[in-house]
Design a binder for this molecule. Structure first.
Ligand SMILES: [Zn+2]
Length: 286
């Protein structure tokens, strides 16, 4: 009797040990080895990109269109996201902020960064109202603003000054971010077109370019590639989209500069940063 109770206690304490070990594994920062991860999700025609920083914090840059919101939330959960520390709305078009409502209702959000451009659309109004109702910190970070997350740096590059009278003011006022980790940098261009780019004197060098405006000819030009000198380009578009994205000129230009391109239309893209190198992998959708 005494012996079997002793065994029971032992088994129970062993089980408790494993449960505690499992729980503490879950609670540990995601990357004990100090790496970081980037995802560009296939959300059809639209943008949604996630940074998982070495300290376990997360930044989501855009949330895709409303119609892919449920699949985006599922993908974020699969990537291990339980909380979003920075939620960035690069600009208020539906293909970037349509999924915000479900994201805001699905995860605790630390703060929202917005371009400050007022599009006056219903989807933007309801997003801003929800941010306010949930009491989430909200800000319009200015160029030069920098923040560190476990050794990774997030820096705001644009918009330099409010742009009006351009072909698309919403696109041209996009928040542009440089995310750097060691030698590896990402330039996240939002949907910025030529007028917005002209206001930026010098784009920083970056190994990875999230090309602006879904690979549109107004999103990427020779000057940008000369300044940035990317090795890898991420093109975010839905296959068979009605805009003809990506445009042939952009594909040619990227080819001329020797840039290897990946398209979200082919599936979710993951980039794992290890030390001063990175590895791109893609989960083929079809
Ligand atoms: Zn867009």
């Amino acid at each position: 009797m005494r012996r079997s109770r002793g065994r029971e206690v032992k088994i129970l304490s062993l089980a408790a040990f494993f449960i505690i070990a499992l729980l503490s594994m879950v609670e540990l920062p995601q990357f004990a080895d100090g790496g970081a991860e980037f995802y560009a999700f296939d959300v059809g025609q639209g943008d949604a990109a996630l940074f998982r920083f070495p300290d376990g914090s997360n930044m989501l840059v855009d949330a895709g269109p409303r119609k892919s919101a449920e699949s985006l939330v599922a993908k974020l959960r699969r990537a291990g996201v339980r909380r979003i520390d920075i939620l960035v709305a690069t600009h208020p078009h539906e293909d970037h902020i349509g999924g915000m409502e479900l994201v805001l209702r699905s995860f605790p959000v630390g703060k929202v960064w917005d371009s400050g451009y007022n599009h006056g659309s219903g989807v933007q109004r309801s997003m801003l109202a929800l941010v306010r109702d949930l009491g989430i910190r909200y800000g319009r970070p200015r160029p030069g603003f920098k923040e560190e997350h476990g050794g990774a740096t997030v820096e705001v590059i644009a918009p330099i000054a409010p742009i009006s009278g351009a072909e698309s003011d919403a696109n041209n006022n996009s928040i542009v971010l440089l995310v750097s980790y060691g030698e590896v940098s990402f330039l996240m261009m939002g949907d910025m077109e030529e007028a917005g780019r002209r206001a930026v004197e010098n784009f920083p060098a970056a190994a990875i370019l999230k090309a602006a405006h879904h690979g549109s000819r107004n999103g990427t030009d020779r000057r940008l590639l000369e300044q940035t000198r990317p090795l890898t380009a991420i093109l975010t578009y839905g296959s068979g989209n009605s805009y003809g994205h990506p445009h042939g000129e952009v594909r040619e230009l990227l080819g001329e500069f020797g840039v290897k391109s990946y398209a979200t239309a082919d599936g979710d893209i993951t980039i794992r940063i290890e030390g001063d190198t990175y590895r791109v992998s893609q989960e083929r959708a079809r």
